[in-house]
Design a binder for this molecule. Structure first.
Ligand code: ADP
Ligand code: MG
Length: 266
């Protein structure tokens, strides 16, 4: 069931926020799984040298022979870097710590910001017929994140529902504006997602109010609750949708996927 409004290939979304621990990787894994439940074909690109998305989707370190590093820096067949996961319809390009040297290695490369863009637009990609590509960015506004933003149609920003959540957002917006000027003029903000929301905590409610009044329509109606099943799932190497399908976390990510699909249709 591909989206007829998007005949020209997959929709590419970068999941970015330069703060660590805000739910980027968790959102990448679980939004991907929830989109797959909605019959979408999804590719996750692990662009963080920590490789947490790869681990969380069950890709063992020993099996990461060809990774995002090779996709960006070596002329290698997509067949070799795109791996299947336990979740049917969900594929991944895994990452290892090798990726941490990419910034340095690319300094002299004129096309350094466009490597992911070009890699994802190889014609071989068509045979996979992906509907969505989700890029899990590192916790930094470095060259890897810029590659993600140049390659993407839009940026999804997870915000942890805690004090200082909105701090740092202006820096992120500045980077998005720079990317628009330097090669991806149509880059959109896909949406802003409140994560680790605690209903009983006044602070969460206040962050939500602030976010909605400052950022309006950009903020998803869905908020992701703090839910222990969500944090347990990666150690079982699966999305929370498989680990505990009925959990609050799984339900929230299903709601998010429906919002993302509805936004893509317009
Ligand atoms: P990032 O990729 O932005 O660094 P992660 O997705 O790795 O952030 O999340 C940071 C930590 O918070 C992880 O230990 C993760 O399991 C946990 N976490 C993320 N979302 C939730 C949630 N909704 N409920 C409980 N724990 C969560
Ligand atoms: Mg992460």
């Amino acid at each position: 069931m591909s989206d007829l409004s998007r005949p020209s290939g997959p929709k590419i979304i970068a999941i970015a926020n330069q703060k660590g621990g805000v739910g980027k990787t968790t959102t990448t894994i679980n939004l991907a799984a929830a989109l797959v439940e909605q019959k979408q074909r999804v590719l996750v690109i692990d662009l963080d040298p920590q490789g947490n998305a790869s681990t969380g989707l069950g890709i063992e370190l020993d099996d990461r022979e060809f990774t995002t590093y090779e996709l960006l820096l070596e002329d290698i067949d997509l067949d070799q870097v795109i791996m299947t996961t336990e979740t049917e319809g969900l594929h991944i390009v895994a990452a290892t710590v090798d990726l941490s040297s990419a910034d340095m290695e690319l300094i002299a490369n004129e096309k350094r910001s466009f490597l992911l863009h070009d890699a994802l637009r190889q014609t071989q990609m068509d045979s996979y017929a992906f509907d969505y590509i989700l890029i899990d960015c590192p916790p930094s506004l470095n060259l890897l994140t810029v590659n993600a933003m140049i390659a993407a149609h839009s940026v999804l920003v997870p915000l942890q529902s805690e004090f200082f959540a909105l701090e740092g957002l202006s820096q992120l917006m500045l980077t998005i504006r720079e990317v628009r000027q330097s090669g991806n003029k149509d880059l959109r903000i896909e949406g802003i997602l409140l994560t680790m929301y605690d209903q009983r905590n006044n602070l969460s409610q206040q962050v939500e109010q602030d976010a909605r009044s400052n950022l309006g329509e950009l903020v998803y109606r869905t908020v992701i609750p703090r839910n222990v099943r969500v944090s347990e799932a990666p150690s079982y190497a699966m999305p929370v949708l498989s680990y505990d399908s009925g959990s609050k976390g799984a339900k929230a990510y299903r709601d998010l996927a429906k919002e993302v699909l509805a936004n893509s249709a317009v």
